[in-house]
Design a protein around this ligand. Sequence first.
Ligand code: UDP
Length: 312
Amino acid sequence: MSTAVVTGGAGFLGSHLCEYLLERDWRVICLDNLDTGSLENIERLRGDAFDFRYHNCVEFIDVAEPVDVVFHLASPASPVDYLRLPLATLKVGSYGTHNALGLAKFKRARFLLASTSEVYGDPEMHPQQEEYWGNVNPVGPRGVYDEAKRYSEAMTMAYHRQQGVDTHIARIFNTYGPRMRQHDGRAIPNFLSQALAGKPITVFGDGSQTRSFCYVDDLIEGLFRLATSDYHLPVNVGNPNEMSLLELAEKVVALTGTRSEIVFEGLPIDDPKVRQPDITRAREILGWEPKVSLDEGLRRTIESLGRTPVPA
Ligand code: UDP
């Protein structure tokens, strides 16, 4: 039986990863300080193979058992959260990543860093390939997250090159699915909770900015394949199906059958204008690509909220 440590294991992605591993007969040690994660996310994960430990990865990570893979997912990840928790975000990206890498080195375990498309900032290359260095404002409000993740990537590569740790870096693009918090602040949970409550759907700016949304099950499969690969440079993991935020809002209206109107609000500072992963590398190295369409993924997410989507 293999053992994984999942930092941020009670978060949105973390809880899905824990579930994925348990289904494949892994033993899972889930670490979380519940800043943005919750026990609700992991309440169905019981049994001897699952071990939740309340822990902030900014502090030394003490694990007695042998470990095969450290999945380092801990971090606030929604813009509203990292704007609310700027120092915690910087600390978990720096000290937290250092501790998680130190654990992997000590245990001779594989290490996977959950990095982000935010390392590309407001990109001047479109779609974004992994070779692109990005366009980040270090002193803007999003800089706390973007720079923490860029530093995490640099530290991960240093542990690989200097210390020989078997590291992997996933650049995760916008992901959605069941268990995102209703008040997460990100576009899909906002739009869905607004639509299902019959409230106005808040599109920021004129809605022409684009994103590309990946269903959570696809994303987790990509993370697992990367962690167990022999590839060490960053790999984009996301769905290349790009759309404008206005198109997304219209899709949510159609799938929920809501009478909510779409309203326009101010665009947040440094909000990237476009975002779409080039996933050539993931296709070639991992044999991976997303399988769940946006319609299907949104339907599943609506159902997870106890509601019935409009029939296809
Ligand atoms: N957005 C929006 N309305 C909302 C929440 C977000 O129009 O209620 C926009 C946001 O300005 C951005 C896009 O949706 O252009 C995606 O935002 P999100 O917070 O989901 O993640 P980001 O991609 O910015 O990290």
